[in-house]
Design a protein around this ligand. Structure first.
Ligand code: AMP
Length: 256
């Protein structure tokens, strides 16, 4: 499965030829660390050919290039705090103007606050689709999908993660162990735990998610736009359900 996915030929990569030209619209993927959002986002990209836009990646890129935004964001990110809403919103607006986002996009790490969610609604309504070629699109609101995983299972997934410092291969002591305990199958290196997968940091990451991202989900839920998916299942089943929801939403947006 892992190799198939690397080649973009996983069971979900194919879809129908129309999937890579139809209107998909904005997708917001919410969920705690360890819920499998990254895996699911890659499958959505492969099937529908829309970009994944990660605000964390964009910010890290700005920091690396020493842009004015990067210089303002650096210290805040190092403290683990959130970068101010206006800076992040401006950055997202710039990114969404690029051509590859016309048919749709997956937002990853955004919105992180209710203020950002309100901004996104306004931007999509007035500043994005209205000025573009999507005149036939009936709805511009994002499809919001939250992948839920049981708290104890999340902790198990995150604390069990090990990686090889030499080749980068990822293992999990509970679900995908190395053949010899804590030793890489490929090159024999001793496996390591990522700094932010240490138990005390995991507690903090999960607590931050509860504090900051729950209200964003509640915001969408109040508008009956939140779609909750049970992530305590095989990744393929989760993917299937996400795809169905995206296709349903896409058909409604096109007025079909
Ligand atoms: P991530 O890779 O998504 O965990 O983001 C890394 C860091 O970038 C976060 O800890 C924040 O400091 C910052 N960041 C990413 N996305 C946002 C956002 N939507 N709003 C504010 N800060 C963000």
């Amino acid at each position: 499965m892992a190799n198939q996915e690397l080649c973009g030929k996983g069971p979900h990569a194919e879809g129908t030829p129309g999937d890579s030209s139809r209107y998909i619209g904005p997708i917001v993927l919410l969920g705690p660390p360890g819920a499998g959002k990254g895996t699911q986002a890659k499958r959505i990209v492969a099937r529908f050919k829309i970009p994944q836009i990660s605000t964390g990646d964009l910010l890290r890129d700005n920091v690396a290039r020493h842009t004015p935004l990067g210089m303002q964001a650096k210290a805040v990110m190092e403290r683990g705090d959130l970068v101010s809403d206006d800076l992040v919103e401006e950055m997202v607006a710039e990114r969404l103007k690029q051509d590859d986002a016309q048919r749709g996009f997956i937002l990853d790490g955004f919105p992180r606050t209710v203020e950002q969610a309100i901004w996104l609604d306004g931007f999509l309504k007035h500043g994005f689709f209205d000025n573009r070629k999507q005149q036939n699109v009936k709805a511009t609101a994002p499809i919001v999908i939250r992948v839920d995983v049981d708290y104890n299972r999340l902790k198990l997934r995150l604390t069990g993660r090990r990686s090889c410092p030499t080749c980068g291969r990822i293992y999990n002591v509970h679900s995908q162990p190395a053949s010899v305990d804590e030793v890489c199958d490929v090159d024999g290196s001793k496996l390591v735990i990522r700094d932010d997968d240490r138990e005390e940091v995991i507690q903090e990451r999960l607590a931050t998610y509860e504090r900051l991202t729950r209200p964003v989900a509640d915001y969408y839920d109040r508008q009956r736009r939140l779609y909750v998916i049970n992530g305590d299942r095989q990744p393929d089943q989760v993917t299937e359900e996400i795809f169905q929801e995206i296709l349903r939403h896409s058909a409604a947006a096109e007025g079909r």
